[in-house]
Ligand binder design. Structure first.
Ligand SMILES: *Cc1c(COP(=O)(O)O)cnc(C)c1O
Length: 488
């Protein structure tokens, strides 16, 4: 077992009298309001500075991150995040902002928000936007609440939302949270929406169809014009889950292909460190007919002055978040978009698609493919053949990948593919990294044939081998217990 696993809690490292700080002793406490005075010092660990540094550096090495190695986690777009944006986000002018500051004192900030909104509308082909939502799933909630408000204002609230069976779990969850009945559409043999199935299910009770394009199999819904026509003919709305924007920026705009609204995952496509819960940003851009329902305030401009616009307060779905969204994530996205420009964003999509197809070509002969269709920025393979032949399953393969300093793919998703491995290398990986990934995959498949028992026990080189993942998810213990201080 890796010795790092025995890393103690910082409280367990504490010994009385040791210290990493030099705080002058306080003798005169008369200036401190009495409610803040305590009779005992707070229970902080006593650890010398060098041990604190080593402790946290060791902890940081226990995990995998995009700054440490390849991280091709499908659907999550774990691309490298430029450090210059991290630096900018820490400028005091940005990080010390107060949400109650007067509009006149934050004109530059409002300009950034306004221009980011304009850029995102241009990228998606939409007419209005809210920057408030704090994540993709939160954007979906915002979008579907606006969908409900739209139908209600037309005198027919409608009761159903359609989602394809390849959809991300947040789509049906969002629809259910908004009080809709969720109806799942079975995909056709190519892994896309089946037009006959859609026709059968689309009626005037359907409020919206939510889709991702390219979908979670990485396949482009090339019948999108027909799909849009069918949904709109019955008065439904078309919702675009924009998590896969990395595949199409500069090539296709959801607004041009019939979508009424789209959420962005700024932390994915436009690069903010993310994972394990945020922070993120999920702006929602909409067509003209949805603008009245946008959360208020939006950011607007008179040309020379920027301001918070409350003019749709009467028809708005309300506020979706305190104040104006996760500003520092919005800022990073703005910088990323402005640094890349139109041609840079287009190039990003090209390289993301190229990298995914290069890697797919190199490893797919080992697996079965759920569809023969071309894929875009990510691809899904099935290890069912390997499992049948050797008993080694997708989980075993993914666990073994970790031994080589690479993050596992997304596995067992989308749900319609058995033993699924979903790989999204992103545009920021070099050819050498992709070649290394392919080499590792060959090695693991060879091991599956020669020594399957070892693979059931993988990984061997990580700090923890096979945690009880179900229990870790259901019963997380997120609180550090403070332990009694040891005497020297
Ligand atoms: C990531 C993702 C979401 C959810 O986005 P969060 O920002 O994680 O809430 C929704 N749909 C798809 C297809 C995704 O990949």
């Amino acid at each position: 077992m890796n010795p790092n696993v025995n890393e103690k809690l910082i409280f367990e490292m504490s010994k009385k009298g040791r210290s990493g700080s030099f705080i002058p002793e306080c003798t005169d406490t008369s200036c401190i309001p009495s409610e803040y005075l305590r009779d005992k010092p707070p229970k902080l660990p006593s650890v010398p500075e060098n041990e604190v540094v080593r402790h946290f550096v060791r902890l940081s090495m226990l995990n995998h991150g995009v700054d440490k190695g390849t991280y091709p986690l499908g659907s999550c777009t774990m691309k490298y995040n430029p450090k210059v944006n991290e630096k900018a986000a820490r400028f005091k002018a940005f990080s010390n902002l107060h949400p109650y500051q007067d509009e006149d004192s934050v004109q530059g900030i409002l300009k950034i928000l306004y221009e980011l909104g304009e850029d995102l509308q241009a990228i998606s082909g939409m007419d209005g936007i809210t920057l408030q939502p704090a994540a993709g799933a939160h954007g979906e909630l915002t979008g579907i609440l606006m969908c409900r408000a739209f139908h209600t204002s037309n005198g027919n609230p409608r009761v159903k939302i359609l989602v394809p069976d390849s959809s991300h779990g947040t789509n049906p969850a969002t629809a259910a949270m908004c009080g809709y009945k969720v109806q799942t559409l079975k995909s056709n043999n190519s892994g896309t929406i089946d037009i006959d199935t859609l026709n059968k299910n689309m009626d005037e009770d359907v409020a919206a169809l939510m889709i991702t394009n390219p979908n979670t199999l990485g396949i482009f819904e090339n019948e999108i014009s027909d799909i849009s026509e069918i949904v709109h003919r019955k008065g439904g709305l078309l919702y675009y889950d924009g998590a896969n924007m990395n595949a199409i920026m500069g090539y296709m705009r959801p607004g041009d292909t019939g979508f009424d609204m789209v959420h962005f995952n700024l932390h994915k496509t436009f690069s903010t460190p993310h994972g394990t819960g945020g922070p993120g940003a999920g702006p929602v851009a909409v067509k003209k007919h949805i603008i009245p329902f946008l959360p208020y305030p939006t950011v607007n401009s008179t040309g020379d002055r920027y301001f918070f616009d409350y003019s749709n307060r009467q028809t708005s779905i309300g506020k979706m978040r305190a104040f104006y969204g996760n500003f520092l994530v919005l800022l990073r996205a703005y910088l990323y978009i402005r640094a890349n420009g139109y041609s840079g964003l287009k190039r990003t999509s090209e390289l993301a698609v190229l990298n995914a197809n290069y890697l797919k070509k190199k490893i797919s002969h080992n697996f079965t493919a759920p569809s023969s269709r071309d894929t875009f920025h990510e691809f899904v393979l099935s290890a069912q053949n390997i499992k049948k032949e050797t008993g080694v399953n997708t989980l075993d393969i993914s666990k073994r990948i970790l031994d080589f300093g690479i993050h596992a793919p997304t596995i067992y998703f989308p749900l319609i593919v058995k033993e699924a491995l979903m790989v999204e290398p992103t545009e920021t990986e070099t050819k050498e990294n992709l070649d290394f990934y392919a080499e590792i995959m060959e090695k693991i498949i060879a091991e599956a044939r020669s020594n399957p028992e070892e693979l059931h026990k993988a990984p061997h080189k990580t700090p923890v081998s096979r945690p009880d993942e179900v229990r870790a998810n259901r019963r997380p213990i997120l609180k550090a217990l403070s332990l009694p201080e040891k005497e020297d």
